[in-house]
Ligand binder design. Structure first.
Ligand SMILES: C[S@@+](CC[C@H](N)C(=O)[O-])C[C@H]1O[C@@H](n2cnc3c(N)ncnc32)[C@H](O)[C@@H]1O
Length: 240
């Protein structure tokens, strides 16, 4: 996926998020407060995990022991949710487009040896694969048990970039596993180069994207709203 518009949009996202991270990372991660203490910031991540993960263990763990699961987070920011994920699951891989966000996330996760945070290129998971190959040998297969993303795709202005991430997750998930993520569901007038207000999805658009990318959209919640949650289960069918 390389065309001029996407390259330009990714460059803009990277610059904007880098600037936001340097200015006040925690505020741009969770705008509820301008000044977060460590305690408050990480408690908000614990709350997100309590609400979106711990209430949904049947779909997420599917009978597996969470401590034996490998999970992925896309757009980890300053490690707010990642830290709570790392306390619950065995191994967590996280990516973010901003170098400063990654620096802060690594610092937040320094006591969690099972957490691996990478700066990525804003569109795929090559950084995760590279790290796996570095650890286990070129071509070694990484199979994830669950993938998660919140308050990230709602900022991405091009649905093709979001779809590319969905395809990338499909490559890494084991069959039957869940990718639970949030997109913008409110129909908003967004600008193609805006890195704050992202592309929105209708139920139909989300469902067809799931099918194209080798997933079944089994549940959804919040259609028409900013926090539109999607449950994509990996099917056996290859992506288009
Ligand atoms: C609002 S913050 C949310 C962070 C985290 N998900 C949380 O809830 O604490 C959005 C994050 O997404 C990252 N991001 C934005 N566009 C991205 C992209 N195309 N690829 C990877 N990360 C991206 C930003 O750098 C930022 O850290």
């Amino acid at each position: 996926m390389a065309n001029r518009q996407i390259t330009r949009q990714i460059g803009k996202m990277r610059r904007d998020w880098e600037q936001r991270a340097r200015e006040n990372a925690r505020y741009y991660v969770a705008t509820g407060k301008e000044k977060w203490t460590d305690e408050e910031f990480f408690a908000s991540g614990e709350l997100a995990v309590k609400e979106e993960i711990l209430t949904d263990l049947i779909n997420i763990c599917q009978g597996r022991n969470p401590k034996e699961m490998k999970v992925l987070e896309i757009g980890c920011g300053a490690g707010r949710v990642t830290r709570a994920l790392a306390g619950f699951f065995g191994e967590v891989f996280a990516v973010d487009i901003s170098r400063e966000m990654v620096r802060q996330a690594r610092s937040a996760l320094r006591e969690f040896p099972g957490a691996h945070v990478f700066r990525n290129n804003g569109k795929d998971l090559a950084a995760v694969r590279r790290n796996w190959w570095h650890r286990f040998g070129m071509g070694a297969r990484l199979e994830l048990d669950f993938a998660f993303s919140c308050i990230v795709f709602q900022h991405i202005p091009n649905p093709a970039i979001i779809e590319n991430y969905v395809r990338e997750v499909n490559r890494l998930l084991r069959p039957g596993a869940l990718f639970k993520f949030q997109v913008q569901g409110a129909a908003a007038k967004f600008e193609p180069d805006d890195s704050w207000l992202g592309a929105s999805f209708t139920e139909q658009e989300a469902r067809t994207m799931a099918r194209r990318c080798g997933f079944e959209m089994r549940y959804h919640h919040g259609a028409g709203e900013q926090y539109y949650w999607l449950w994509f289960f990996k099917t056996g069918a290859p992506p288009d």
